[in-house]
Design a protein around this ligand. Structure first.
Ligand SMILES: Cc1cc2nc3c(=O)[nH]c(=O)nc-3n(C[C@H](O)[C@H](O)[C@H](O)COP(=O)(O)OP(=O)(O)OC[C@H]3O[C@@H](n4cnc5c(N)ncnc54)[C@H](O)[C@@H]3O)c2cc1C
Length: 331
């Protein structure tokens, strides 16, 4: 899109978040002859931006990277400038429900703006926790960018058969990730707690059950503090510890879970959440009310933020369902 797009005060559909789900929602709105705005911090803040190779994307038999796919989705949106505005880098600060629809406050080009929409689609995704090494999250990025360290069981588990795997994390979630990864038949699995006590927040019952399961599965736990990584030329994940020792794996895996579930805006709009913290929706991607359990009129949640399976084809499908429902019901 040449130059800055214009931000109108009102659209039929306002989409918050411009990852795979939000971009698809914007495209579908345009194709159904509705006006829409996609408000996004930008592709590089999406979960897949640093995924170098995605194997499950229909139409790409030789795989595609996350950022290439995002670029293609942005290009598809740019074909419909009369219908959909793509506003980035923008940060949505709040959303409010009124009699006529929704009012969304955002920051764009160092100024605050307000847009209104008859329907509001929340597509903010969730954000992975990144290991902190030497006070910084940067050290892991070169390994993550080459898919030597992975973050998503459904996306990358198939790369693990016959490989030694180090799993980052110190809590029950990490223990479950390590146990789940057995399905892909790695040659070995080891948990790395990065200096933190293992299963500290677990109840004694949970701790003893998990320790027994890990022992039965021959999954060891190493609690050394991590001070750096090495081995990138050999395409290995070599982990350096504070005591001067090293351990080397074919692959690393994150069992660290989420840094944020982006729940502030859906919570302020009265959304119901599942036990893992995802927004609950019906099969049309309508957000369910925390109070009544009924769908909140005009409010949708799509992609990773919605209770589901955190995969791109699902992000697209939920976006399509939301926009088709809004087209049929509200607009
Ligand atoms: C390393 C890795 C590899 C992966 N590989 C695969 C794979 O091979 N196949 C697959 O199907 N899936 C894969 N995934 C999962 C996939 O990335 C997600 O399912 C997908 O990105 C979800 O899309 P989304 O639009 O819901 O969220 P995202 O893509 O995360 O996009 C959300 C967007 O909303 C923006 N946003 C959030 N809050 C605000 C706000 N307040 N204001 C403005 N903008 C906001 C964010 O900045 C971001 O740009 C992978 C994930 C990771 C981390």
């Amino acid at each position: 899109m040449a130059g800055f797009p214009k931000l109108a005060p009102e659209y039929e559909i306002v989409v918050v978040g411009g990852g795979h789900a939000g971009l698809q929602a914007g495209l579908k709105a345009a194709l159904l002859e509705h006006t829409a705005v996609v408000l996004s911090r930008g592709p590089k803040y999406g979960r897949s931006y640093y995924a170098p190779r995605m194997d499950n994307i229909p139409g790409f038999p030789d795989a595609i990277s996350g950022h290439n796919l995002l670029d293609l989705q942005v290009r598809a949106l740019a074909r419909w400038p009369e219908k959909v505005a793509y506003i980035t880098p923008a940060r949505v600060l709040s959303a409010r429900r009124g009699a006529e629809g929704f009012e969304v406050e955002l920051e764009w080009l160092a100024r605050r703006h307000t847009v209104r929409g008859k329907a509001l689609i929340l597509a903010m995704g969730v954000v992975d926790r990144i290991p902190v090494v030497g006070g910084s999250i940067k050290p892991i990025f070169p390994w993550a960018n080459l898919a030597i360290v992975d973050f998503c069981v459904f996306c990358d588990g198939h790369d693990l058969p016959g490989r030694s795997v180090g799993v980052l994390g110190d809590d029950a979630f990490a223990a479950h990730v390590a146990l789940d990864l057995r399905h892909f038949k790695p040659s070995s699995l080891e948990l790395l707690t990065n200096g933190r006590p293992f299963l500290e927040a677990s109840t004694p019952e949970e701790r003893s059950t998990l320790l027994a399961e890990l022992e039965g599965a021959k999954i060891g736990v190493h609690s050394g503090e991590i001070v750096g990584f090495d081995g990138i030329r050999e395409k290995r994940w070599t982990v350096k510890f504070a005591d001067g020792s090293e351990r080397s794996y074919d692959r690393g895996f994150s069992g660290l879970g989420w840094y944020t579930m982006n729940d502030e805006i859906p919570r302020s709009l009265g959304a119901r959440f599942d036990p893992e913290g995802y927004v609950m929706t019906d099969s049309d991607s309508r957000v369910l009310s925390a109070e009544s359990g009924a769908p909140i009129p005009g409010l949708y949640c799509v992609g990773d933020l919605a209770s589901g399976w955190n995969q791109i084809p699902e992000a697209w499908a939920t976006a399509e369902r939301a926009v088709i429902h809004a087209y049929a019901e509200y607009l």
